[in-house]
Design a protein around this ligand. Structure first.
Ligand code: PGA
Length: 267
């Protein structure tokens, strides 16, 4: 079965023997506050000309100041995301950008609730929920990030934390075809300590069950739950083989040619 979401630029062709065949594999790059026109231009050139698995939806998260540049240079089959946005359309909010502005430069995605927004900039669940609602209402698709900190995992409250974060997001979503959930354990982000395939699968499975109970079975079956946290060319294949891992959100490795290997994890 093929599923068409409004943010998808192309679609998974039927591939037998894939447990998650109804969900198009999704690989996001999160460039964070890195790069300049020269290095990002070179990276875009690499991506534009690489042989990429056509069954994968690729979206690159650019620094706000380069969104227009990146969208103009990146091949149309590749998506672009902002890394954040505010919860209203315009006004006296110095330093912020709105979904309307993001759309105005031809960009269709935004990453919201990233752990660095939560833990470096102190964004609350409530604010992330409000941003999610506003971004979706204004036509953006959202990569919504959730994930527990190390002390929370060690205290055995991973589920409690990620369910609570997911609930605030879910309360603000009407059309789930525009949302990708990114499970990113904070202890794995930028640390070189990737979650094991079993650890990722366990949380993804529980998240999907949560969605089934609290949203619907149809949404649970169709929503892409991607993993983020030190994904590399060498860890991606085994992670990708997990039943409930529908792709990745990649930080450090998305700035290197290695990103192509990660996009092609299923090939
Ligand atoms: P990382 O970052 O791949 O560098 O760990 C992932 C993320 O922050 O999305």
């Amino acid at each position: 079965m093929e599923r068409r979401g409004p943010c998808s630029s192309f679609f998974r062709s039927p591939t037998p023997n894939t447990a998650n065949m109804s969900r198009k594999f999704f690989v996001g790059g999160n460039w964070k506050m890195n790069g300049d026109k020269k290095s990002l231009g070179e990276l875009i050139q690499t991506l534009n000309t690489a042989k990429l698995d056509a069954n994968v939806e690729v979206v690159c998260g650019s620094p706000a100041i380069y969104l227009d540049f990146v969208r103009s240079k990146m091949d149309a089959k590749l998506g672009v995301a902002a890394q954040n946005c505010y919860k209203v359309a315009k006004g006296a909010f110095t330093g912020e950008i709105s979904p309307a502005m993001i759309k105005d430069v031809g960009v269709n995605w935004v990453i919201l609730g990233h752990s660095e927004r939560r833990h470096v900039f102190g964004e609350s669940d409530e604010l992330i929920g409000q941003k999610t609602a506003h971004a979706l209402e204004n036509g953006l698709c959202v990569i919504a990030c959730i994930g527990e900190k190390l002390d929370e995992r060690e205290a055995g409250i991973t589920e409690k934390v990620v369910f609570a974060q997911t609930k605030v997001i879910a309360d603000n979503v009407k059309d789930w075809s525009k949302v990708v959930l990114a499970y990113e354990p904070v202890w794995a982000i930028g640390t070189g300590k990737t979650a094991s395939p079993a650890q990722a699968q366990e949380v993804h499975d529980k998240l999907r069950a949560w969605v089934k109970t609290n949203v619907s079975e149809a949404v649970a079956n169709s929503v892409r739950i991607i993993y983020g946290g030190s994904v590399t060319g060498s860890t991606c294949k085994e992670l990708a083989s997990q039943k409930d891992v529908d792709g990745f959100l990649v930080g450090g490795a998305s700035l290197k040619a290695e990103f192509v290997e990660i996009i092609n994890a299923n090939v």
